[in-house]
Design a protein around this ligand. Structure first.
Ligand code: URA
Length: 233
């Protein structure tokens, strides 16, 4: 039976078309960052699930007490390029996904400049819960999350590991190095079974405060582009 459309419905359809409802709806932040579903091996999926569960079971953590959500990761678990930030901010805490705020928008632009996006990379942070008032995680907090981060790297097994900012640099390479010296060079590292080429670059939030440093970040991005072409990623 053909349903009769009354004039009220027609007017409503015209109105929705007029306000471009579809675009407004689909371009909402929540949809821009809607999680893609990637088919990964059962084994990898299980390991990631188990890791997420162990992180959510962490006891006596001040970060966790004040956070809304765990921020585990985003992107493609099959990606050969893994990025590590510092810790979730307020938007990330609300959505449970890394880099969805202003720094995330800049990160997306940086990735796009070398033909990458969240379907081609995997992203996580040094700590998985938001530090209150967006402060830097303490040494103690970093040490608490470090074994989980190393396990995370081992499970993803990236060929290229990009450390975004000094917190990720200090956590994974050491405290004695400064980012201005460490950036822009490849460091071969092993995390468990995973052998990977590490590069350090500036954190997008830092680049928003110090736009003059974007030219240095661009040098690092070009190095990543060259490496991925060499590795046929
Ligand atoms: N800054 C980070 O280091 N990580 C995020 O997820 C967001 C902002």
């Amino acid at each position: 039976m053909i349903k009769k459309i009354n004039t009220k419905t027609i007017k409503l359809i015209k109105f929705y078309n007029f306000i471009n409802y579809n675009l407004i709806y689909n371009n909402k932040a929540i949809n821009r960052y809607k999680k893609d579903v990637f088919e990964i091996s059962g084994d990898k999926a299980k390991k990631l699930e188990k890791l997420k569960k162990s992180i959510s079971d962490i006891k006596n953590c001040e970060l966790k007490k004040s956070a809304t959500n765990i921020v585990f990761a985003d992107g493609n678990p099959k990606a050969k390029i893994m990025l590590i930030g510092e810790g979730p901010g307020s938007n990330e805490d609300q959505e449970g996904l890394p880099f969805v705020g202003r720094a995330g928008a800049l990160l997306d632009k940086m990735l796009a400049s070398i033909d990458l996006d969240r379907k081609k990379v995997y992203i996580t942070n040094v700590v998985n819960y938001r530090p209150p008032k967006n402060r830097r995680p303490t040494e103690e907090e970093i040490d608490k999350y470090l074994p989980y981060l190393k396990k995370h790297i081992e499970i993803i097994n990236p060929e290229i590991l990009v450390l975004l900012g000094s917190t990720a640099l200090n956590a994974l390479i050491g405290n004695e190095v400064v980012i201005s010296k460490a950036r822009g060079q490849w460091i071969e590292k092993q995390f468990g079974e995973c052998k990977t080429s590490v590069i350090v670059t500036f954190h997008p939030a830092f680049l928003m405060r110090q736009p003059a440093q974007k030219k240095m970040a661009w040098i690092d991005l070009k190095m990543i582009r060259e490496k991925k072409s060499k590795l046929k990623i």
